[in-house]
Design a protein around this ligand. Structure first.
Ligand SMILES: Cc1ncc(COP(=O)(O)O)c(C=O)c1O
Length: 367
């Protein structure tokens, strides 16, 4: 079946007379449990929850493996790093990836004795740092610079050296790119973003091909306690059904926005992997199903960027990306990314394209 069909039915229980398509959230701390705890599929709310199980089944079907849901994208990230790495191990990270993951690596992981090597996503730069490594962490397209690496080629090179491969797949989502099919051992995403897409929750997940990796993740989640709330997971499962439709609209809008921005004198260095002239396009076109909602670009200065953002009437000023609403922000305001002061990350939403372009036009002209 097609993705657009699979995503609507993913993880739903067998039809049962008088029951809803998607059962409601189960709110439980303890469950009724007598005698041998292993005689029940559910014993305590930090360990299992049937609402998680349904959503994990859905994600597993879409990812092509088994999935474990976490309280946030960072909880998912730290579960993979924490369950794979030991003191003395080497991790290879993208120098231009999500900055909180870099800070976790440079801070806590370095403190406990993990060695971190960083290299750029572009040009498969991380491939030069694999010797003696334990974990290769990729993020493609990278946030916020939107560089792309060849996941299959890097996974092959890593596996030849016994290196485990993890891909942060947040920016494209599982319907935009399939890390496990490209050879990754772990596919990680912040589901706070496009996967759920309504800006109303924080969530993450990890998917794996090899069942033996699942236990490590579940044990980590149980012991660290970074568990998601049943309400968030239920909302996520409900929202998943529209992912294909949302991505289709967001991706078409993003490409049109990138083309529009590339034609404006006020704007320089527009990046979008779907633009045929973009440096990332050739590899992205080979390995991605969809190019995703994010477009990045630069204006002359921090002041010009803030004036532009302040002049937007429809486009919301906000961090995060992948939602129904078109949003934009000046990334350098956070201080975590090595980007110019006038660098803007825009996430194309699902509004009518003409309304988005009209807003961009008037805000750029005013700036
Ligand atoms: C690429 C990427 N990975 C991971 C995360 C962390 O996700 P969360 O905010 O859900 O913890 C983010 C958040 O922006 C992200 O952009």
């Amino acid at each position: 079946m097609h993705d657009s069909t699979r995503v609507i039915h993913a993880g739903l229980p067998e039809p049962s007379q008088g029951q809803p398509f998607l059962p409601g959230p189960v709110f439980a701390g303890p469950y009724h449990l007598s005698g041998d705890p292993s005689s029940s599929p559910f014993n305590y709310g930090r360990v299992h929850n049937p609402t998680w199980t349904g959503f994990e089944r859905a994600l597993g079907e879409l990812e092509g493996g088994e999935a474990v849901v976490f309280a946030s994208g960072m909880a998912a990230t730290s579960a993979v790093m924490g369950s794979v790495l030991q003191p003395g191990d080497v991790m290879v990270l993208p120098a231009d990836g999500y900055y909180t993951a870099r800070r976790l690596a440079e801070g806590y992981l370095t403190r406990i004795g993990v060695k971190v090597r960083m290299a750029p996503t572009a040009g498969n730069g991380q491939g030069d740092c694999l010797e003696g490594a334990k974990l290769l962490w990729l993020e493609s397209p990278s946030n916020p610079g939107l560089d792309v690496c060849d996941i299959a080629a890097l996974a092959r090179a890593a596996h030849e050296r016994g290196v485990v491969v993890a891909v942060d797949n947040t920016t494209p989502t599982v319907l935009g790119q399939r890390p496990l099919a490209l050879g990754a051992d772990y596919s990680i995403a912040s589901d706070t973003k496009a996967l759920t897409g309504h800006g109303d929750l924080v969530l993450g997940h990890v998917a794996v091909r090899e069942p033996q990796r699942v236990e490590g993740l579940r044990t980590w989640r149980t012991q660290i306690g970074a568990i998601p709330g049943p309400m968030e997971v239920w909302l996520a499962h409900r929202s998943l059904g529209t992912l294909d439709m949302r991505l289709e609209r967001m991706t078409a809008n993003a490409l049109a926005v990138a083309r529009f921005l590339a034609g404006r004198a006020e704007v320089k260095r527009v990046r979008y992997p779907g633009l045929p002239g973009d440096p990332a396009h050739a590899v992205a076109a080979r390995q991605m199903v969809r190019f995703g909602p994010i477009v990045s670009f630069e204006v002359a200065s921090a002041k010009a960027a803030e004036t532009f953002l302040g002049g937007c009437k429809l486009i919301l000023q906000s961090t995060s990306f992948g939602g129904l609403h078109t949003t934009a922000e000046r990334r350098a305001r956070w201080g975590g990314d090595k980007v110019p002061e006038g660098f803007i990350r825009l996430s194309a939403g699902c509004e009518h394209l003409e309304d988005i372009l009209h807003d961009l036009d008037q805000a750029l002209s005013a700036a």
